[in-house]
Design a protein around this ligand. Structure first.
Ligand SMILES: NC(=O)c1ccc[n+]([C@@H]2O[C@H](COP(=O)([O-])OP(=O)(O)OC[C@H]3O[C@@H](n4cnc5c(N)ncnc54)[C@H](OP(=O)(O)O)[C@@H]3O)[C@@H](O)[C@H]2O)c1
Length: 435
């Protein structure tokens, strides 16, 4: 079994190392020796340390490598949309199975890859694209196929989880926690993809597609990052027995006509400390799956890093290699449900709103009136400490709502901002998980 490795960076070099260290075991598990036919990179002269591989295998011609007759499986760990999409479509159409870690490509144009795989009769595996080492996609696409998944809630970005965990532990602000994450190598020089939620949104699209047998792309995912989360928000969450996490949430629902839909969103949210995801600290990932018959399932582990991600890549390589030897194909994409994606405004959620208000009679009634006008029901109201000195005339109101459509909650906040008795809306956060 011969494979073409596209990319030899953080993940690719660990794939090479593991292939070398475990070659006898892998051959025994597959039933044939596994060899690298070639490695495509951008720079031939790059120092790759003591990588246990023959220099002659390196090439800067990925397409030429893919087209070689002696290549059975293509492993893509380059990343990005193009030229990766062209390479993988070419490989799949030619009947060569593909293993990829490329979440951006799968979330942007998964259907093109699935269609090419069906056309060429090849396998397309991408376990490493979501939550690194954690076996998650295989359970969704195989083990849970006898069940009905209703909701998937995940912490799928290690960088933001590290930052929010640091803010929670030390009371630091976002900028300070990001600086620490960068120094420790948890955040890239340009952290936009992580802190603005793009990376998590790509993973959310992949998870939703698999969980609900439909096609969801990154463009369907409502996305908010963590750059606006303040130390005051974190303190507010703590006061409620909660913590703040960047969550990806994919849930079934129904539209006004009663048709089944799916909503997929990524945003920071408060979750109670008793929720299984609350204890997921540092750069770890975890995904909480709720299924009709199985009930609640939790998947936890390292979501990134060369070796953890390579572990998932090699698991897929063994699977596709076995299939090829047996002359079979893995089950193809399951997208029969074809669910409409519900806009964020219709997603059901809860808000935690912290207001600085004038401390005088009638204020509570005026504020409650705004909620009532938007048909949003209040779950709790707490009067916090006044910001100014005693007798300054200001008070803090902390309001948690019951579940309501996101558009109604957002409109409530907008109207509150316009009230003259509301000095400022200090913080608005969604609440998930029954806090
Ligand atoms: N790093 C992680 O923890 C992690 C976790 C999960 C998923 N992933 C995914 O895995 C993939 C790879 O990530 P990575 O961190 O390993 O990236 P990386 O360290 O930047 O490595 C990228 C590799 O691709 C090669 N490359 C770039 N452009 C190329 C081109 N046009 N032609 C041929 N080769 C090219 C580079 O060549 P040179 O070596 O010559 O520069 C390098 O070897 C991405 O899709 C990423 O999202 C990564």
């Amino acid at each position: 079994m011969r494979l073409a490795l596209l990319g030899c960076g953080t993940v690719g070099s660990e794939v090479v190392r593991l292939l070398h260290e475990q070659s006898a075991d892998l051959a025994a598990r597959i039933g044939a020796p596994l060899e690298i036919a070639g490695i495509a990179v951008r720079r031939l002269g790059r120092d790759r340390g003591d990588l246990p591989v023959d220099e002659a295998l390196f090439t800067t011609d990925p397409l030429g490598l893919i087209k070689r007759d002696d290549v059975d499986v293509v492993v893509e760990v380059v990343g990005g949309i193009e030229p990766a999409r062209g390479w993988l479509v070419e490989a799949l159409r030619a009947g060569k199975s593909v293993v990829t870690a490329n979440k951006a490509l799968l979330a942007e144009d998964g259907p093109a890859l699935h269609d090419a795989a069906a056309e060429g009769g090849a396998d397309l595996y991408y376990e490493a694209s979501v939550a690194g080492a954690i076996p998650l996609l295989r359970p969704l696409r195989e083990s849970l196929h006898g069940d009905r998944v209703n909701r998937v809630t995940g912490i799928v970005n290690g960088t933001t989880n590290f930052i929010l965990s640091a803010m929670d532990a030390t009371g630091a602000g976002f900028a300070e926690a990001l600086e620490e994450a960068t120094e420790l190598g948890y955040a890239e020089a340009d952290p936009t993809a992580d802190v603005e939620g793009f990376d998590a949104a790509a993973k959310a699209a992949i998870l939703a597609s698999l969980a609900f047998h439909t096609r969801v792309t990154a463009a369907d995912v409502h996305r908010e990052g963590i750059t606006e989360v303040t130390a005051a928000d974190v303190a507010s969450a703590k006061a409620m027995g909660c913590t703040i996490k960047l969550l990806c949430i994919a849930a079934r629902g129904r539209d006004a006509a009663g048709r089944e839909t799916v909503s997929v969103r990524v945003h920071p949210a408060m979750i109670p400390l008793t929720h299984p995801l609350a204890s997921v600290g540092d750069a770890f990932n975890a995904v909480f799956v709720e299924a009709e018959a199985a009930g609640q399932l939790m998947f936890y582990g390292r979501g990134a890093g060369g070796a953890p991600t390579a572990s998932a890549v090699l698991g897929d390589v063994v699977a596709v290699a076995r299939n090829r030897l047996a002359g079979v194909r893995a089950p193809s994409e399951s997208a029969y449900a074809d669910l409409a994606v519900r806009p964020m405004g219709e997603a059901l959620t809860r808000y935690h709103i912290s207001l600085d208000v004038a401390d005088r009679p009638g204020v509570l009634a005026a504020v409650a009136g705004v909620f009532a006008r938007h048909d949003v029901s209040i779950a709790t109201v707490r009067q916090g400490s006044a910001d100014g000195p005693a007798g300054s005339g200001d008070a803090e109101l902390v309001i948690v709502t019951h579940v309501a459509p996101d558009a109604a909650l957002a409109a409530t906040v907008e109207e509150l901002r316009g009230l003259d008795i509301v000095r400022s809306v200090a913080s608005v956060l969604r609440v998930e998980g029954g806090a």
